[in-house]
Design a protein around this ligand. Structure first.
Ligand SMILES: NC(=O)c1ccc[n+]([C@@H]2O[C@H](COP(=O)([O-])OP(=O)(O)OC[C@H]3O[C@@H](n4cnc5c(N)ncnc54)[C@H](O)[C@@H]3O)[C@@H](O)[C@H]2O)c1
Length: 357
């Protein structure tokens, strides 16, 4: 039977999207929201006509009217906020990246193993319309045997460096941005076992006083020999959406090929017998993009909270869960090591062993 779940949200920047999603959902009741910034709480109150806010996370966790906490605080705070919520008996939705490195990963896995609560990581791109269509075609076997996955996330993200926490230890373009492309690769090749690549910090990132790779290229493969390429640029001018989507995922198989794009609502396919097709999904524009300048993508959050509710109904843990998200971070650590070793291939098993995962 379908139940209704009660949600509390912490962090009202990106948390704005999940507020919108919960308020429009028949499966969710938004109970309370929280941010240290009182003015932002008031802004969200005016925007959504939703007056139930607090600046105290502890006070929100004390409420027995909340089943699920949704966490949209800076990356460096996720571990602490997850542990507090689970200890308070709540299920958790945490935005990506669940952690900004593998440092607390073993602790997080051990902690979650001892709990019956669910932790779901909001890898939003999986829930964009073209990506969902591509996944469904993949599961229907339309690509035949998969040979290659090509994923990129390329955007000029310099605006992001205006956020204070992007200058604090723990921020990286890699974990904050490129994780979307890495997650897409692992969605199709969950058993990626080896990776190699190069990365650099451009003068454009250095101009902000930051040392963080902003241009990155990798190749990866699994034991079966299937190949992936991953690309990211974050502080360089781009061609613009009309010429290259910010995020793209291409699947090439023996029977066909597909390309899903974000934030273009377009999906391209060429499957045996169907021939080349362009699927325009623009009628979904207002569902996915609810605020000014397409700057947020609330429809993805709508899709994932409804999926989470279905999983809670069935007692299932939605994916990516803690284990899957940590595996993605382990691939990212292997990518980091490869760059530091001048592009040498690095095996995931090495990272998994080093971190006791
Ligand atoms: N596609 C996506 O899924 C996506 C997109 C953007 C951001 N994010 C993630 O969302 C998170 C937040 O990013 P953002 O861009 O909204 O940052 P932001 O700085 O705009 O917002 C973070 C908010 O958290 C609040 N906060 C910090 N500590 C708090 C505490 N202890 N209690 C209550 N509130 C607290 C801050 O006041 C701030 O308003 C990050 O983890 C980021 O990676 C995900």
């Amino acid at each position: 039977m379908k139940q209704t779940y009660r949600m509390g949200v912490i962090g009202l920047g990106e948390g704005r999207s999940i507020m919108s999603a919960a308020l429009q959902s028949e499966r969710w009741e938004l109970k309370q929201v929280c941010d240290l910034n009182e003015e932002l709480c008031r802004q969200r109150e005016r925007e959504f006509g939703f007056p139930h806010w607090t600046t105290s996370y502890e006070q929100m966790l004390d409420s027995d009217e909340i089943d699920v906490i949704a966490i949209y605080t800076p990356d460096q705070l996720h571990f602490t906020h997850i542990v507090q919520a689970i200890r308070a008996g709540k299920h958790v939705i945490c935005t990506k990246p669940v952690l900004p490195s593998l440092d607390d990963a073993a602790k997080l896995l051990a902690f979650m193993n001892e709990s019956d609560r669910k932790l779901f990581i909001g890898q939003s791109t999986r829930y964009f319309e073209p990506m969902l269509r591509q996944r469904s075609d993949f599961e229907a076997g339309k690509h035949g045997e998969l040979s290659v996955v090509e994923a990129h996330y390329i955007t000029d993200g310099r605006w992001f460096l205006d956020k204070g926490w992007s200058r604090q230890q723990g921020f990286s373009w890699f974990y904050g941005f490129m994780i979307h492309a890495v997650d897409l690769v692992r969605w199709y090749l969950p058993d990626v076992s080896e990776v190699s690549g190069y990365a650099l910090t451009s003068a454009n990132t250095r101009a902000f006083g930051l040392e963080a790779w902003d241009s990155l290229r990798f190749t990866a493969r699994n034991e079966a020999g299937q190949i992936a390429t991953l690309a990211g640029d974050y502080a360089l001018p781009t061609l613009g959406q009309h010429a290259q989507s910010q995020i793209g995922c291409v699947l090439r198989g023996t029977e066909g090929v597909s390309r899903a794009e974000y934030s273009n609502l377009v999906y391209y396919t060429n499957f045996a017998e169907e021939g080349p097709k362009v699927h325009s999904l623009h009628d979904r524009e207002s569902y996915y993009f609810r605020f000014e300048n397409r700057s947020h993508h609330a429809g993805e959050y709508q899709n994932y909270i409804e999926h989470f509710a279905d999983c809670l109904d069935r007692g299932e843990t939605p994916l990516p869960d803690a284990a899957e998200a940590v595996r993605t971070l382990a691939l990212m650590e292997a990518m980091t090591r490869s760059v530091k070793r001048g592009g040498q291939p690095v095996r995931l098993a090495e990272v998994v062993a080093d971190y006791g995962l």
